[in-house]
Design a protein around this ligand. Sequence first.
Ligand code: PEP
Ligand code: MG
Length: 745
Amino acid sequence: MPDRTDSDSRKLLGRLRDTMAEEAAGQERLDKITHLIADSLGCEVCSVYLFRDSETLELCATEGLNAASVHQTRLRLGEGLVGRVARLNKIINTADAPSEPGFRYMAETGEEIYPSFLGVPIQRLGEKLGVLVIQSKVAREFSSDETYALEVVAMVLAEMAELGAFVGEGAALKALHQQPTMFRGGTAQEGAARGHVWLHEPRVVVTNLVSEDPESEKIRLNTAVEQLRSSVDDMLENVKSGDKEQLEVLEAYRMFANSRGWMRRIETDIVNGLSAEAAVEKEQSSARARLSQVSDAYMRDRLNDLDDLSNRLLRILTGQGRETGAEMPADPILIARNIGPAELLDYGRSLRGIVLEEGSVGSHATIVARALAIPLVIHAANITTEALNGDAILVDGEQGIVHLRPDETVANAFNDKIAMEAKAQERYGAIRGVETVTKDGQRIELVMNAGLMADLPSLENSGAEGVGLFRTELQFLVRNQMPGRSELSALYGRVMDAAGDKRVVFRTLDIGSDKVLPYMPHVKEPNPALGWRAIRVGLDKPGVLRMQLQALIRAARGRNLSIMFPFIAQPSEFDFAKAEVDKALAREIRLGHVVPEDLEVGAMLETPSLAYASEQFFEKVDFLSIGGNDLKQFFFAADRENELVRKRYDTLNSGFMTFLELIKEKCVRTNTKLSFCGEDAGRPIEAAALAAIGITTLSMRPASIGPVKNMLLNADLSKIKSAIDSARSNGDETTRHAVIEALKH
Ligand code: PEP
Ligand code: MG
């Protein structure tokens, strides 16, 4: 890479800057640019290809090729050398183009074949915009100076394209970020939403691309980097020493902020004519291009760190903070790469929908989105690059599909869907106060899962008869530090107040596996789902469990209390946990505090082992609740967090139904109260099947109560039970078809 003041790129950028300053329509400007690149670099051909749509490149301006082929010649992504540059996002530099793999002669350009070819991707922060090409008659490879110069120009072109510099009178080009675009992601919270884009982290716009004064740009860069370093140091200071993971991340940040290689590359770009911010962004773009090709998780994390750091630096340099002055639309759909649970709670119910590039079904953000019943689509690749604040957007949480800037047909179809959903909601509203009694007269109890204060209004709105599972860990997950006993006690008290006479089952802390507390030491385990989690942590390090039990007893202020231990795999674990409850009670009595009038202590059945525990154990517990999410993952040995296997096995699989029935029968024999609180309880068909085999208390997300009740009111459970039995005796792998048929009659 050249490091001299009068490099090719410097001269070229100087001329480019003059062209940019001239008043000109988009096409005229592009024509001038191709002319001056060819002229400055002394080659016969310079052409700019831009994407018409995500699959098609179009020749948009050329110096040297047949002018009539402009806007006529088109290539598919991956077609010919130009298409390959775009697809691979890599430079192709060859002295013998025809012998390169993928070469295609474009006869319509009317030109002879130029043996020398240099193609450079035009991309901005990983978004592919086009390809810049120079060609020459003399068979030679282009020098590293020339390649570098072309790269820098491509970067400037990308920025100009972003700013709409090529759109205007006479130009056949479309502006960027205006086409309807569909994203196919994964579903994390169902529901359909219509609204306008609100970017969690707005894009930084770089308007000042080229500079004639590298020295002052270097000073600007160094000042900004100093500011960045000291802010990272401040963050490091503020992290508690025990917080290993956060420390690691920040140390990596600091390493990058101090990395001489990174700084050297940026400074070279400045010397060669870019402004400080354009140089930072150029480095960021190459890092993103690398990111797209890296599969190693550790490396990806590091490149992501670098990306975040570049963003911070850009914000300092351009003075564009997170606050852009833009106003949040009235119907915001939040777009982010990822988001933390606390940040999401800050937005609260104002959001109509959420779309994330990353995220996972079990992430904390997902938990919060579910509690708030906000449709959430995850894994929508590149949406933060494509979407602009204020763009119209439709989110289909059922299918995991997002339509950005939808055309009329899509928007109309979507409106129908929303109208249908609203009708269904009306129907559910009308049956809210109705008792759930099936057609054949069986009474089913529908209760809800909760965990955040945001859930409490749902107790009233959904018609839930109580809280079957209060996930206490959510309060721990959305905080940056461990909550104290009195804080917890006040909070549990408010939950009980809101519930009034309704029963609330508080599950003690269920952390580990996918639920990691940022402020507690995190142990790296080979198989976290099978690891040190839930009650195992509670028994080995009982401090938090004891604090929680005390907080619960105090919050009850003499009222009835239900406590449930998660992930009990063998009876002795329950015994040890129950002993902690007894100790806490004794202590409270000693202190002269009131204790609950009636205290129930139960266990979650989440491992197959517990189904085979002794009948004495079943008699001993006050109640059992089947944690179907975990139980199913262990029954089928299929990780609930792994998209590759998550949906592979049907809950209504004949074997699994038989297993659930075995648990139910044991509970009947031992007179043990039983409920089911996994996600499946909230799916109407699954709920009907569970009720049919005799599990008559179902705990689910509040939003599921309406649809499940609606289904059960019209279901004949005895018919469903016979259908399940005959599917099993027929040897069917799943009872699903039989259940669906029985529900139709
Ligand atoms: C379950 O495993 O089914 C359950 C309800 O617990 P969680 O989803 O919180 O692990
Ligand atoms: Mg569980």
